[in-house]
Unconditional design. Structure first.
Length: 229
């Protein structure tokens, strides 16, 4: 098993744990609340990784192109999404130089990939370029001010992890990188950290809803929507 296969296996398996299920439930809710997927929308999933959300958007009725810089990740994503037939395809590409014409897609999404972009501003503007006027862009990334990000930074001081060379962003950071493109709406969520008591992880709704309403900027997971004019 190579590095990418091992990483993908660990990543996908984590979402089957109680904490992973909690995180996935609320992440998905925020993404789809802003995405407003419509039947037969043509969607680019930039930095699709193992294809978790490629599958979700196909299941919601979209036609999806999964894009990632890693051929190994795309192979896993293609296997995971083969039941969708010609509704899904995959392209190996760098998000900083997307191989598509202007105005090609009804929606462009990027879920927890921005943290790994070497040129985040260029990548965001490339995603906006391939989005048609009237379309929407959904970008989800890990928040800079959460307990999760603090723990991840601390851990990288002592051992090499997947987060050793990643960046976390605040909502102001995202707005700055998008400028002059403006954010239409945004959400922030996931407030129960990995070291929380198991009972809290099993019953997260009260804290999660409170955090999303009152302190979204401190959420682990930030989701922004851009409507292209």
């Amino acid at each position: 098993m190579n590095y990418f296969q091992e990483l993908a296996a660990k990543y996908d398996a984590w979402f089957q744990t109680p904490h992973g299920q909690y995180v996935y439930r609320y992440e998905r809710e925020m993404i789809f609340d802003l995405a407003e997927v419509q039947q037969d929308m043509y969607v680019a999933d930039v930095g699709c990784g193992t294809g978790i959300y490629t599958n979700e958007f196909c299941a919601a009725g979209a036609r999806v192109v999964g894009i990632d810089i890693s051929p190994e990740m795309l192979a896993i994503a293609a296997e995971k999404n083969k039941t969708w037939g010609n509704r899904v395809s995959f392209v190996t590409a760098d998000a900083a130089a997307l191989p598509f014409p202007d105005n090609a897609f009804d929606m462009v999404v990027s879920i927890t990939a921005m943290e790994f972009f070497e040129e985040p501003r260029r990548c965001l503007h490339e995603m906006h370029r391939i989005l048609r006027p009237g379309g929407r862009m959904i970008v989800a990334t890990l928040g800079n001010w959460s307990l999760w990000s603090m723990q991840r930074r601390l851990k990288t001081l002592f051992t090499r992890t997947i987060f050793s060379h990643t960046r976390f962003y605040s909502i102001r950071d995202i707005a700055r990188l998008l400028n002059p493109i403006t954010i239409s709406e945004w959400r922030g969520g996931i407030f129960i950290p990995p070291f929380a008591p198991a009972a809290l992880i099993r019953h997260p709704d009260k804290l999660e809803r409170w955090g999303q309403k009152w302190i979204p900027a401190l959420g682990t997971f930030l989701v922004v929507r851009v409507d292209k004019k």
